[in-house]
Design a protein around this ligand. Structure first.
Ligand SMILES: NC(=O)c1ccc[n+]([C@@H]2O[C@H](COP(=O)([O-])OP(=O)(O)OC[C@H]3O[C@@H](n4cnc5c(N)ncnc54)[C@H](O)[C@@H]3O)[C@@H](O)[C@H]2O)c1
Length: 125
């Protein structure tokens, strides 16, 4: 058991899920944040079933208001956030010439700007 609290984004699947479960095994409380509420709840449930501490946080990392709400919820549950894993991301696996401006902007926002938003929010929370 430790006082550490981690916010892991994109934690409902893949690498984010694996990071969340690994950190939880070290006694770190986890905010399992994802766009997909059911997936976040499932991973939080897995962690608790293994004896860890976690809450599911449904939020879009590109939305400052949603990240703010999620960070406050995590702090209220377990105390100040001490670790951030900016893992959430999307890929646009399609031919370069078929990518639209909107898809390009969304990729940069979710993959790049979100790290700025999430890190700034966590430091301020
Ligand atoms: N898997 C790879 O080989 C690989 C290689 C290089 C980089 N990456 C990067 O590592 C990260 C994780 O990869 P993965 O393979 O586990 O991906 P994944 O698609 O399995 O999981 C990504 C998770 O992020 C969530 N997510 C997407 N957009 C979100 C948003 N706006 N807000 C909150 N959550 C959001 C998804 O719902 C999903 O649960 C991604 O950023 C990816 O780009 C992966």
């Amino acid at each position: 058991m430790t006082n550490k609290v981690a916010l892991v984004t994109g934690a409902a699947n893949g690498i984010g899920r694996a990071i969340s479960r690994r950190l939880a095994r070290d006694g770190i409380a986890i905010g399992v944040l994802d766009l997909l509420p059911d997936g976040a709840a499932k991973v939080a449930g897995e962690i608790k079933a293994e004896g860890g501490r976690a809450i599911a946080l449904a939020a879009d990392v590109s939305r400052r208001d949603e990240v703010n709400r999620a960070a406050k919820e995590l702090r209220d549950a377990f105390g100040p956030i001490t670790i951030v894993v900016n893992n959430a991301g999307i890929t646009g696996f399609k031919p370069f010439l078929e990518l639209t401006d909107e898809e390009w902007d969304r990729m940069l926002t979710v993959n790049l700007k979100s790290a700025f938003i999430v890190t700034q929010v966590v430091i301020r929370t």
